[in-house]
Design a protein around this ligand. Structure first.
Ligand code: DGT
Ligand code: CA
Ligand code: CA
Ligand code: ZN
Length: 589
């Protein structure tokens, strides 16, 4: 049969997106009833518990009609999508109305009705048109709109441009934990967990997936929707809610019964690629696997915990940060059967003993050296390096040689004082030295040689060519005083692209010159990013994880850096600031 072969790789979410686009297109052409029907079908396709491609392979078009809200007509369109990737009506309507629906829907406050009107009255096709019209004051003149809604649209566009719709991990994690705390307080809630990309600690987050375990789903969803932090409800059922919070975060909530907790946690943690690979293995072993459990025939054989599911599949447990289908499953199978190479023994969240990038009120930091040291001790750190910016970064009031020498004296005094007080934390003398355009540094070698730790960083000339930039950074690493390359690629998440660097060369030279590469844990940096960390691990290049704290409370960034290191398969031994002070110092140039 033809349907057995050549299925397009459309997943449920993609099919749902096209159906929901159809709903808007029908509405724009004033077709009756269909908009609502397609919207409903889109919702149930998105929520459907099985991959629709698989359902179709097994049961054909009749199977598709088992999806709630999917009748003959819509089933036919889904079949076309699965086999051909598109269907005629979709192509026709798209040709007649060349409007970027998904793009416009992403703007906070813009829905199908608005898109219809914007197209009819102002021929607005995309985000760009919308922004122009709003800036020209044309939106506020539309019926039902005013100055306020126009401004709101502009703010929505600005936000989208800033973030590409995805939130940095640091922000999303903070908000999600607040939400978790609020939900745990509901009386009928047994357990709450953050799943999705957030549990995997991806550097940016599309939406937050929150799982709630309860025997009283109706009560709990009702309570959730009444939370003051909920601003907009996109969809609600008894076990599934989709909302936007006041802080802009989108949240998918699933209510899960106790016996399926592990299966749901596993499914909604993803990644999708990891899930797909797992399910393939489950099927090979004669199981059925979904978010409710692992089944042999009708009998559930695992599902309460993730561990028991992996065990039944004959795999070791994989930490969420590894679940990207990039080799972790093979390693977990080998480990289960006692064959090497195993899964990495990931660096733990409390393994750091030091922090090698800390700024103070000597430059652009908020707190004094002493305050930063005491706060570090509170965090359980044994050593910190004070690395204030140096002189060529004028806006930070950077230190020159004379000021650095003065700071070294102060650090000696403070260390003595801390010892007297019985404190354990040790302050190292350091600097964050600027790498100039030609790869030389802005502080004289003679002064650098007196510091305990020297970090070098690119803060200017971000736009050099690949060869120039790589040569510049390599030249700095060759300096015998440079111990660490700080935030190696210079990227700012959602704000600034990385500099053009040949990372293969940089990693090789780091090894050769004994220069340590930094994983900067500052939420807007996370630099090195996970794939480069993994490459360092493979090549045996050494790294540290630093907070880049500019204030006492910013040591709290460190776990974000640890998370990225774990995503990069790093073990304790790969990260030098898991070492004691003495061991750490012995590793420097
Ligand atoms: P995000 O939100 O874009 O940062 O990334 P995720 O990974 O959180 O993705 P999301 O929120 O769309 O879905 C949460 C998890 O649910 C995802 O990691 C895996 C699972 N999942 C979602 N859709 C599918 C699907 O079509 N097939 C499979 N096998 N799993 C899915
Ligand atoms: Ca998500
Ligand atoms: Ca989601
Ligand atoms: Zn810097």
């Amino acid at each position: 049969m033809t349907r057995q072969a050549n299925l397009k790789q459309l997943d449920n979410a993609q099919i749902a997106n096209i159906l929901s686009e159809m709903a808007v297109l029908y509405a724009m052409h004033h077709v009756e009833f269909k908009p609502r029907a397609y919207e409903k079908a889109a919702e149930s396709v998105a929520a459907f518990h099985e991959d629709i491609g698989i359902l179709y392979k097994r049961e054909g078009i009749v199977g598709l009609q088992k999806i709630p809200g999917v009748g003959k007509g819509i089933a036919f369109h889904i079949e076309q999508l699965l086999t051909k990737g598109s269907f005629e009506e979709y192509r026709e309507l798209k040709a007649k109305t060349p409007v970027q629906i998904e793009e416009l829907m992403a703007v906070e406050g813009v829905g199908p009705q608005t898109i219809s009107m914007l197209w009819e009255r102002l021929k607005i096709k995309n985000l760009n048109d919308l922004e122009k019209a709003a800036r020209a004051g044309k939106i506020q003149k539309l019926p039902g709109f005013g100055k306020k809604s126009q401004e709101k649209i502009l703010r929505g566009i600005e936000f989208l441009q800033q973030t590409g719709g995805r939130k940095p991990l640091g922000i999303a994690l903070h908000h999600a934990r607040e939400l978790e705390i609020a939900v745990v307080k509901f009386k009928e809630v047994r357990k709450v967990a953050i799943a999705g990309s957030l549990r995997r600690r991806k550097e940016t987050i599309g939406d937050v997936d929150l799982l709630i375990c309860t025997d009283k789903p109706e009560k709990v969803t009702e309570q959730f929707l009444a939370l003051p932090s909920v601003r907009h409800v996109f969809g609600k059922g008894t076990t599934k809610i989709n909302v936007r919070l006041r802080n802009g975060l989108e949240v998918d909530v699933r209510v899960i019964p106790e016996e399926s907790w592990g299966a749901a946690l596993n499914y909604f943690t993803g990644s999708k690629a990891h899930n797909v690979a797992l399910r393939k293995i489950a099927i090979k072993k004669g199981y059925k696997m979904n978010e409710y459990g692992l089944f042999k025939g009708k009998k559930m054989v695992a599902g309460k915990t993730e561990k028991e599911i992996y065990e039944k599949l004959e795999m070791s447990y994989m930490e969420p940060e590894l679940r990207e289908d990039t080799g972790e499953i093979d390693a977990a199978i080998r480990e289960f059967h006692g064959e090497k190479p195993w899964l990495p023994k990931l660096i733990g969240y409390s393994d750091l003993k030091g922090d090698l990038q800390v700024q103070t009120d000597w430059t652009d930091g908020k707190n004094s050296i002493e305050e930063m040291a005491l706060a570090a001790e509170q965090m359980g750190l044994e050593y910190i390096a004070i690395t204030d910016h140096t002189k060529s970064l004028a806006m930070t009031n950077g230190t020159d040689e004379e000021k650095l020498l003065r700071q070294m004296k102060e650090i000696d005094t403070l260390n003595a004082k801390l010892r007297l007080q019985g404190k354990k934390v040790c302050i190292l003398k350091g600097a964050e030295v600027n790498i100039l355009k030609d790869g030389s540094l802005d502080i004289a070698d003679e002064v650098l040689s007196q510091l305990d730790v020297v970090g070098a960083a690119v803060h200017t000339h971000f736009n050099l060519s690949l060869s120039e930039q790589t040569a510049r950074v390599v030249a700095a690493m060759k300096n015998p005083h440079v111990d660490i390359l700080f935030h190696p690629t210079g990227r700012l998440i959602n704000k600034r692209k990385p500099i053009e660097l040949d990372m293969e060369v940089v990693i090789a030279k780091a090894k050769e010159t004994k220069t340590i590469l930094e994983i900067n844990a500052s939420p807007e940096r996370l630099d090195l990013k996970d794939n480069f960390i993994r490459r360092c691990v493979e090549r045996g290049a050494r790294m540290v994880i630093d907070s880049d704290a500019h204030a006492m409370e910013q040591y709290a960034f460190l776990p974000l850096g640890i998370a990225q290191a774990r995503r990069g398969w790093a073990e304790k031994k790969d990260i030098l600031n898991t070492f004691s002070l003495k061991e750490f110092l012995s590793q420097l140039k």
